[in-house]
Design a protein around this ligand. Sequence first.
Ligand code: 6PG
Length: 239
Amino acid sequence: MPVHQSVLADFAAVVSAAQTRVLETASQAIAERGTFRLALSGGSTPKALYEQLATSAADWAHWQIFWGDERYVPNDHPDSNERMARQAWLNRVPIPTDQIYPLPTQSADPWQDAAIAAADLRRAFQLSEGDWPVFDLILLGLGDDGHTASLFPGTAALDEQTRLVTVGDRDGQPRLTFTVPLINQARSVVFLVSGAAKQEAVKRALAAVGDSQQTPARLIQPQAGQLYWLLDRAAAALL
Ligand code: 6PG
């Protein structure tokens, strides 16, 4: 699994590099397979990327959008990753609405919604039970505690090896998250990391040896895919 680390001058450069990576991957996927399947990260870092994509030229009719994790809130809640991406980007480009697959949070039972999300994935990828979806690109962020998606340190979600989607736990608050084996099936995974607050987590995540339970981002090792770390100088200061 090739790992590409890029240390860029500042956050704007990280966003620009990510925009290029997403658009190039999309063009290649559409040329080769007729569709581009992208899973989005949440939090604050990717919002600027989504705003850039909103003004990009792309073959939107062939994009399929998913989320790699979601806070367990209604999709109109300020904390919703779906809400953020729709407002920053998806409401402003003509991706067909039936090609956008939010993680469901309506059943009041995260485990039921995780199962619904897995069924949605199998349908979107036209897979039978037991097959794993292969995303063209999965965007990820990094928490200052070393988490990624909603795979938090010391939680059971880190050990899930059979489900596609599981229930994460952030200080007792449920989340929905892609599992490690699902993420590691991807053709490419791109971490976007910015700011000095992340420098310890970046150092632990990229160290030759370390504890994946403490730094779950270390678990992201695409089996056959490409792994990209797009870092600004502040986040990479301890490398
Ligand atoms: C989420 C994200 C999460 C995020 C990191 C970094 O739902 O919050 O998926 O994994 O990427 O927590 O968040 P920031 O970009 O806000 O620092």
